[in-house]
Write a protein that binds this ligand. Structure first.
Ligand SMILES: Cc1cc2nc3c(=O)[nH]c(=O)nc-3n(C[C@H](O)[C@H](O)[C@H](O)COP(=O)(O)OP(=O)(O)OC[C@H]3O[C@@H](n4cnc5c(N)ncnc54)[C@H](O)[C@@H]3O)c2cc1C
Length: 264
């Protein structure tokens, strides 16, 4: 079985600043780490490998050259192969173009049975890339997986987290799942793993290598989203304190809401 885990490099801080001119993150000088949800994805791939015995785990990341570090971390945990999708032509990609590029990069990796992504990235936070990749590859996906109950070469049975419980879902493979933190406790990299990571070469995939991709659909020009302006919302102060009898209060609140024009 071939498992691909998508990993994103994210800033290891909440003090992220936005470039006011471009509306994109200022990444220079900020420590970068593996997106925490992707550590759960790597760990689950390793557990599936331990269960089935014969898996190859390939980790893939789209980002600048320094994203190689997060791929090395995944190798140190136990992943087998690492791929960095990197090219200036990919700069400025929104979630659509990122999904398109990653999907096309995954196509170059040969037969893939299962793709595992984190639930969301802690910087972009959209949770769109996993489902986007599945859609572009034309394979089924299941999001918010908290437990893998059973897995074979052709099918996976998972528990998918819901707001008020969980659902048991059978998904035929090839397919994609996104995982939540409840799924496992990621292992620490062993010393042997770290040594292996040092020696393992990370293969790069550039725009030229994406033979099946339409070059008009990558990078900024291939991104349907445009960031027009980026700003911190003004903090509203004050507010109105209401008092009185319950019946009067209900009427006051009702008329205030109607005045706001939110509900008719
Ligand atoms: C107009 C526009 C321009 C942008 N320009 C840039 C830019 O120049 N540089 C930049 O860094 N960002 C840029 N971004 C942000 C970038 O589009 C998102 O960070 C990216 O698409 C991932 O979305 P997300 O962070 O919401 O991930 P989510 O959808 O929340 O991530 C879910 C999961 O998908 C996988 N995943 C997500 N991203 C990657 C990745 N890159 N590689 C491998 N797996 C991944 C991981 O498993 C992750 O857990 C831009 C966004 C917009 C809207």
């Amino acid at each position: 079985m071939n498992i691909v885990v998508c990993i994103k490099q994210v800033p290891g801080t909440t003090q992220v600043k936005i470039n006011p001119d471009t509306g994109t993150l200022i990444r220079a000088g900020v420590e970068a780490v593996v997106n925490p949800f992707d550590e759960y994805a790597i760990e689950e791939a390793l557990r599936i490998k331990e269960r089935l015995g014969t898996c190859v785990i390939k980790v893939i990341s789209m980002g600048p050259p320094q994203a190689e570090d997060v791929l090395k971390s995944a190798i140190a945990m136990g992943a087998d192969e690492a791929y960095l999708v990197t090219d200036r032509a990919f700069a400025g990609s929104d979630t659509w173009a990122t999904s398109y590029t990653l999907a096309n990069a995954i196509k170059t990796l040969g037969k893939v049975d299962l793709i595992i992504c984190g639930k969301q990235a802690i910087d972009g936070d959209t949770a769109q890339v996993g489902p986007g990749v599945a859609e572009m590859l034309g394979i089924p996906f299941v999001a918010w997986v908290r437990k893998v109950e059973d897995v074979s070469e052709t099918q996976i049975r998972v528990e998918r987290m819901m707001e008020d419980g969980y659902e048991v879902v059978d998904m035929p493979l090839p397919g994609l799942m996104t995982v939540v933190k409840e799924i496992n406790v990621p292992r620490m990299a062993s010393l042997k793993g770290k040594m292996r990571a040092k020696k393992t070469a990370v293969a790069t995939i550039n725009a030229e290598a994406l033979k099946a991709a339409d070059k008009e659909k990558i990078g900024l020009k291939g991104s349907p989203t445009q960031v027009l302006r980026s700003f911190v919302p003004q903090r509203k102060t004050g507010g109105e304190k209401m008092g009185g009898e319950t019946g009067d209060l209900v009427n006051k609140i009702k008329s205030t809401i109607l005045d706001l024009g939110v509900i008719r």
